[in-house]
Design a protein around this ligand. Sequence first.
Ligand code: ATP
Ligand code: CA
Ligand code: CA
Length: 424
Amino acid sequence: KNVLGEIIYKGHPSWALMLNIQTGIRNAVGKSMGTEGVNPKTPQQYHTLRKPSEFKRKEDFYVSPKTQRFESAGTAMTNAHSTGAFKFKDYCPNAFRYLRYLFGIDTAEFMVSLCNTLKNGENALRELPTPGKSGSLFFFSHDMKFIIKTIPKDEAKLLRDILPSYLEHIQSNPNSLLPRFFGLYRVKPHSGRQVRFVIMGNLFPTKKKIHERYDLKGSVVGREASVDEKKSDSVTFKDIDFRNRKQKIYLGPGKKQSFIDQIKRDCKLLQSLNIMDYSLLIGIHYPQRENEPPSPSLLRPNLEDSSDFESPSMEQSSNQQRGSGNYDNSGAGRENNTNSSVKENEEIYISAFQQDEGGIKSHGGDAEEHYFLGIIDILMLYSLRKKVEHTYKTLKFGTKQEISSVSPDEYSERFQEFLSTIIE
Ligand code: ATP
Ligand code: CA
Ligand code: CA
């Protein structure tokens, strides 16, 4: 298994889905930047993207090789026939565009990162081989900046419902540790199941090896990686493992306090929205382990027959966009990506917890450590969770059991309590 994810080659189970996602995004995002789209340049113009009606808006695309209805599709569409016609929905496009602006993500670069698959399969998306229990699929953009997560209908609905408060929160909390959401979409193939997905920032946007990863909730019940999981290079350790290993996160007194304060504000929002089950995801890179021989799992799979990769090239449509001369001038004061080019004359604010190549270096402790961290999986409502647990318990014990889940308030308290004990 490759910890960086498995490249989606032609014939991969997710091949058709990947092409549909890419074609859909190219059309939807391309359209918003094209001549028909709004092209804000100043912060004031950007601000108009977030008017209340935008939180309700959905935009439909019907992508069919026969009709070829979208100009921006151009020849980049030539591959669509291999997956058949499908519908594509772009949820709250302008609200998300405003969010990307807040996060310092240039819309054109966003599209290139996700859609620019080269002929030889270079730059294809990668699929995370070991996702969570929920059955969601995870894809990475080739440049490691973005993650695509497929989500069920209720989570997509929840994201749309919380979007106004989330946006407000991000606006007033440039150091927020909440997931960075950049877009919400739906692919509906002519035949087959529809798939909703969200595009988020990757918390590990680095080519550096993440030696250890932890998913922490502050609870101990079942919070230990299994024996089998621990054999894998891509194991995600949990609360009990973290404790047993006597691991600490050394931020130093100043950053520790701002971290705790920020977590508190982020949790307060989640609490008010009745959300729970989120975790703090931590990746640790140990610079002193850099000289170890690379593990074989890190090597890229052999792309023997490169003719298998005939996924559409972005070049053409990208040039068309460029011709229209309309580009985002992003930079609302935030910049989160490691290598993102800094836009001219713009003061770009980088989150205090992402200032060291997308992460944060340790301060104190015995040896240098490099952390990458943030809150993930926030789209679970208390009410929805009860349903899941209920079904699970009923299945397992064959009878109705008392549900022992804590409330969002208790969850948040326990989460913060635990984090305060592990940060130094
Ligand atoms: P479950 O509901 O069973 O916990 P899930 O499908 O909702 O699972 P998540 O908890 O969101 O999945 O994430 C599963 C794993 O995917 C994480 O432990 C982490 O390894 C990876 N992951 C998720 N989000 C990110 C992110 N933003 N950046 C990097 N890795 C991520
Ligand atoms: Ca989770
Ligand atoms: Ca989940």
